[in-house]
Design a protein around this ligand. Structure first.
Ligand SMILES: Nc1ncnc2c1ncn2[C@@H]1O[C@H](COP(=O)(O)OP(=O)(O)OP(=O)(O)O)[C@@H](O)[C@H]1O
Length: 746
């Protein structure tokens, strides 16, 4: 509507109102106490006069039947009419359905219907022994019923005889009682008193019955209707649309056997639907007990023959919706028993509640134990603590970006850092500081995403391989401290196109010695350095406690080669995009057994990992478990890391590993000794190797001694073992004629 016509219409409406008010005032004797608004609509001073209203279009009369239809439509669609209609249908349906239920119960009690139903159920489920058992029971029921019917034929004679005998005995007894009273009181008239009193009592009973009979007869049908209505009401036996609003929404309704059977019947598997139809109400016979399991319930379903477990598993979303749950709230796994699926159904919304903080945060005395302990990672769906054994296990964790991969991997590393015997060498190829808490715990920490960082991480891994080979070649029975080589964002290394850096040593004329190393850092070729190092560690590292932990994003065959992903003992996955990625992350067996990281919700299920492989306790037959991990934020990680550092004596974290160049041995030795007052020579050698495998990898005690000879910082014996002293090293550095005493590293 334009502004002009709007104003004009307003004016005409106002005029009409004014006329009507004037008419009413003239007709009504009542004096209004409310000050009336001016009824004229003249132009307001200072404003332009309103343009003249166009002539109103003549109103067409509306036919009576049209008005009738409109009125009917308004009445029918009115909320109150609908509520009344729902009420009537609902309560009517309760009575009808109650009648049906009562009739069925009576029929069940008097016929063999129940036994036949159970037999069909057992047969459909392939339980032939149970079917035979029900058949036998039905036979016994028939025999007993036949006996009862035979007995009925002779019942009238027996009843008549019984009544005659009973009456005579009662009369005799009462007379005997009367005689005893008469004798005692010496009054023969008392003989008949008990008999007459009894007859009088019977007369009163008859009178009362006659009075009550009429009203009882009138009330009986109503009482029967009430009982049927109540039966139907308790079962909510009315069409869903007629139920009250709070009962209509079945969202989050409790899981009962009939809800599960209904959900299975409507799953869209014809064989399952027909089998359940044959079983009738007894479809619940397929279900094991429904038990509370954490924030949900768990139930095993033995499927009828002809229905395979993966037919149910592939319809997880439909099953969840039939159970009035969201897809992520229902887990379908395959337990050991044949033809059985295990359903875990969360309480509605329970999975969106956060789990508590990590015990590492709440318990300042928590400690790590590489060999015998289990890391408290989070909670499984049953709400039980999910504990992971990291002993001699390579690990792979994957997931989409920003879903908690680093946080969950770091949570495990923090727990293990509380075991001071464990050495960490960390390559963080994202490099935004997620692994900063390990400064002072890890002996090497490379942080950054560039090709240079990848090259350094490759060096770390290759040095890990060398260490592993040294350990393998060591005399039998030698013990080695666990060494965790941790690479976060490992896909950056696999996808790195760069070739090895030219780090050949130079001769006296400044020319590089030997041929240039042309091997690529990334890729999956036989010459790919990262790939080959990872493979070697996977193959042989476990037994000598050289372990590779990798975190990687959005797996593909290129950024997570098959051989590498299958070399990990613990395979964990956060939410992934597709089932094929889930298969890459966890393996076919786990996904076929029900592991479904691709069904987690991106952004909502952060920190929820599906874990396959060993290291976590799995129920028999289960191939994976879902764990909601505790989130340890950066501040909490710093606090835990401080505790871990306090357990170790002054680890100096190196930020680069260089090889093949001329190094300042004295400065390097002082550097690796770090803050410790003294350090065992074998530890010095180890740290020097970590610092530069190329230069120090094959150093022995003799080399170390030779490097320190004449400096005043030579190794000395303390408590029967050879050490080097930090103070002497620093004195030697300070007294050197050349001022070039700082390490190029760190
Ligand atoms: N267990 C958890 N519970 C709840 N939220 C979490 C959990 N773990 C991580 N998050 C949230 O997810 C965010 C991302 O975590 P994180 O950096 O570990 O993810 P990411 O998968 O390593 O990311 P990207 O690899 O893309 O850098 C965190 O900042 C935190 O808010």
């Amino acid at each position: 509507m334009t502004e002009t016509t709007a104003r004009a219409d307003a004016g005409s409406v106002h005029d009409l109102g004014a006329h009507r008010a004037a008419r009413e005032a003239a007709a009504s004797p009542v004096v209004s106490l409310v000050k009336e608004a001016p009824t004229t609509v003249g132009p307001v001073p200072g404003t332009a006069p309103a343009p003249a209203a166009p002539a109103a279009a003549p109103l067409r009369p509306v036919r009576v039947w049209v008005r009738g239809v409109r009125a009917a439509r308004v009445a029918v669609t009115d909320e109150r009419t609908q509520a009344a209609g729902r009420l009537a249908v609902r309560h009517g349906a309760y009575v009808v359905a109650g009648g049906g239920i009562a009739a069925r119960r009576v029929w069940d009690a008097r016929s063999t219907a129940r036994y036949e139903r159970m037999m069909r159920t057992a047969e459909a489920a392939g339980q032939h022994e149970a079917a035979a058992d029900w058949e036998e029971r039905a036979q016994r029921f028939r025999a007993a019923r036949h006996q009862r019917r035979m007995d009925l034929l002779t019942a009238p004679q027996r009843a008549a005889k019984g009544a005659a005998v009973g009456t005579a005995a009662t009369a005799g007894g009462l007379l005997a009682l009367g005689a005893a009273v008469a004798l005692a009181e010496g009054d023969p008239a008392a003989t008949l008193v008990p008999l007459l009193a009894t007859i009088e009592a019977i007369r009163w009973v008859v009178v009362i019955a006659m009075v009550v009979w009429g009203p009882a007869l009138t009330a009986a049908p109503w009482l029967a209707l009430l009982a049927l209505w109540n039966l139907g009401r308790r079962r909510q036996a009315a069409p869903a649309w007629a139920l009250p609003a709070h009962q209509r929404s079945a969202e989050g309704e409790p899981i009962t056997p009939s809800v599960v059977v209904q959900a299975l019947r409507n799953l869209g598997v014809a064989a399952l639907r027909n089998a359940i139809k044959d079983m009738g109400d007894a479809g619940a016979g397929m279900l094991g007990p429904i038990v509370i399991a954490g924030c949900g319930v768990e139930v095993d379903v033995t499927l009828p023959s002809g229905v395979s477990t993966d037919e149910v598993q592939n319809r997880r979303r439909k099953l969840a919706e039939n159970l009035t749950r969201h897809e992520h709230e229902v887990f379908v796994t395959i337990p050991e028993a044949a033809r059985t699926v295990r359903l875990w159904i969360a309480d509605s919304g329970a999975l969106d509640e956060p789990i508590g903080p990590s015990p590492l945060v709440t318990d300042p005395t928590a400690s790590g134990d590489y060999k015998g302990g289990r890391a408290p990672w989070g909670q499984d769906l049953r709400g039980d603590a999910a504990l992971v054994s990291l002993y001699q296990r390579h690990m792979l964790i994957t997931g989409l970006s920003n879903q908690g991969k680093t946080a969950s991997l770091r949570a495990l590393a923090l727990w293990l850092a509380l075991d001071p015997t464990v050495e960490f060498r960390i390559g963080d190829l994202k490099g935004v500081g997620d692994w900063k808490p390990f400064e002072g715990i890890a002996t090497v920490l490379i942080e950054g995403p560039t090709d240079d960082h990848v090259a350094q991480v490759v060096d770390v891994l290759e040095e890990g391989v060398a260490e592993m080979e040294r350990r393998i070649m060591a005399p039998a029975g030698m013990k080695f401290p666990p060494l965790i080589l941790l690479v976060d964002e490992a896909q950056v290394a696999f996808m790195c196109p760069a070739l090895s850096q030219d780090d050949r040593p130079l001769d006296e004329k400044g020319k590089p010695i030997g041929a240039v190393d042309k091997r690529p850092l990334g890729g999956t070729k036989a010459t790919s350095r990262y790939f080959q190092a990872a493979r070697k560690i996977h193959n042989q590292g476990r037994a000598v406690d050289v372990l590779l932990w990798q975190g990687t994003q959005d797996p593909t065959d290129q950024n997570l080669p098959k051989l590498v992903r299958e070399g990990a003992h613990i395979r964990a996955s956060l939410v992934l995009g597709t089932e094929s990625q889930a298969r890459m992350a966890l393996g076919d067996k786990a996904v076929d057994g029900g592991a479904a990281p691709h069904k987690l919700r991106q952004g909502l299920d952060k920190g929820t990992v599906v874990v396959a492989g060993d290291g976590v306790k799995l129920a028999p037959g289960q191939s994976a478990t879902t764990i909601r991990t505790h989130y340890i934020n950066d501040e909490e990680a710093d606090q835990i890391a401080e505790r871990a550092k306090a357990l170790r004596d002054g680890v100096t974290t190196l930020h680069a590993v260089e090889a093949g160049e001329e190094r300042d041995h004295l400065a390097d030795i002082a550097h690796v000794v770090g803050d410790a007052a003294k350090l065992l020579t074998q530890d010095v050698l180890k740290r020097l190797t970590a610092l530069s495998g190329g230069v120090y990898g094959d150093w022995s005690h003799v080399d170390l001694k030779r490097a320190l000879d004449g400096t005043g910082a030579e190794p000395y014996k303390s408590d029967g073992r050879m050490n080097v002293s930090r103070e002497r090293l620093h004195r030697a550095l300070a007294n050197r004629p050349e001022p070039d005493s700082t390490s190029a590293l760190g």
